[in-house]
Design a protein. Sequence first.
Lengths: 298, 271
Amino acid sequence: MSTPAIRIQGVSKHYGSLKALGGVDLEVGQGEFFGLLGPNGAGKTTLISALSGLVRPDSGTLAIMGHDVVADYRNARRNLGVVPQELVFDPFFSVRELLRIQSGYFGIRSNDDWIDEILASLDLTHKAGANMRMLSGGMKRRVLVAQALVHRPPVIVLDEPTAGVDVELRQGLWQFIRKLNRDGHTIVLTTHYLEEAEALCGRIAMLKAGRIVALDTTANLLRRFATHSLAVRLEHPGRGVELGGSAGEGGWVDFAFDSYTEVEALLARLREAGAGLVEMRLGEPDLERVFVEVMNRA
Amino acid sequence: MPESFSRAAPRIEPMAAESPLAGFRTLLFKEVLRFWKVGFQTVAAPVLNALLFLLIFSHVLDRHVTVYGEVAYTSFLVPGLVMMSVLQNAFANSSSSLIQSKITGNIIFVLLPPLSYREFYAAYVIASTLRGLMVGAGVLAVSAAFVEVPMAHPLWVLGFAVLGGAILGSLGVIAGIWADKFDQLAAFQNFLIMPLTMLSGVFYSIHSLPQFWQDVSHFNPFFFMIDGFRYGFFGQSDTSPWLSLGVVGLCFVLLAALTLAMLARGYKLRS
């Protein structure tokens, strides 16, 4: 069995009386596209910071590609690329200078071929000579991705990379990240856009108050937690609510069910109750419902 | 289901480092490039400031004051101004670089790579010393065009300049890491560095002071930096250059140890 890309064992971190991480255990296999989800303050960024050596855990161990992030930090960091959440940059340098410098920090001083490839892939070639201050927010975000990739790390962590990014750029970014994953890079993603996580991640961990409260493949999570839904607009919504639906706006009532076989019986009961069906639509299970369900149960 | 979880991934290897010191050399290069890109502000302006001091003091005092018996006041003043420039600019370099990086958040780009805390320290301190030496050399070169400045022992001059730059570079690292805002850094500079520099004998020989203040001056390590440096020019000083070298060397060792201990703990950098 190959070494996990990421191995986290019993990691805890407190800031004073605040528990940021409470004994997290997690393994991410090589080549996975892994999602780390949770509400604000759940501990996602603390966990990523512990992986990258920015935060020192109170207890527990973390390893990247088998290299402990404390005892063997040089190899651990060489194997990891992090795209930070904040839009940070060094205003003294151009894009190319910044990438050369970042590459040099990893000990690679002759790296122009790879830098050119990254710039082209992220559509930044024409901005290579521009100072960072001159770039738009979206372009700065792409430079952050380029900086994380400049030493070609096997494991790439993206901490909310699409926050505040327009749709076109977001799609281009995901196309590129998907390609990296196909090429063999392990991707760990945190995002508040749950539809992105659902579409991209093969496996997902959900954090709440510093603990992992759900960990499974995306398909299993959808199967286990999410129910189908039937939304109906009724002439008499109150009768639908009496049958167990939850009232929405404009006469809409939502019903949750586990299998499509229940739809026929439900419609029959509505007809018998004289609810007056005007319009209906079926809803597929989605990660947002799973997320809400998991967070409510935890 | 997204495809990534179900397939065997090809193994990716990170790029190998070209040499064990390549990361350190890059950080040093970046720190030098950072101040060099704004050279008017970081090198030319301090040279001009020092020359203004020289112009004013030489105009007012040159005909009235001599030091060490026959040394003209302007000649005496030049080494003091050179060393003051070395010290202030070495401090400004590391402290401003670090606090700017912390406040803008781009310090993360130095903390994520596989650089050790020793490499971090060495790069910031050497870059600071280089800036101090460049400004000092600029002040000396321009002053020498107008004032006769002997140099009896160049190695002493260089030795004290390098040690002084390294000490203030280390203090700059400490201040840059400790301060959370520019206000705190300004306090460090104005209430500690500036008084210690001004009261160190940049503008006077401590023999011109009352005995009490002469004694107090011996508790100021900056006095030994300036006095030892001046010995390199005139072959004369207020105190033994070997004593100055010992005090300055000890200060450097203690400050380096303190700064390295802070960095090793990750104080305010790695929570």
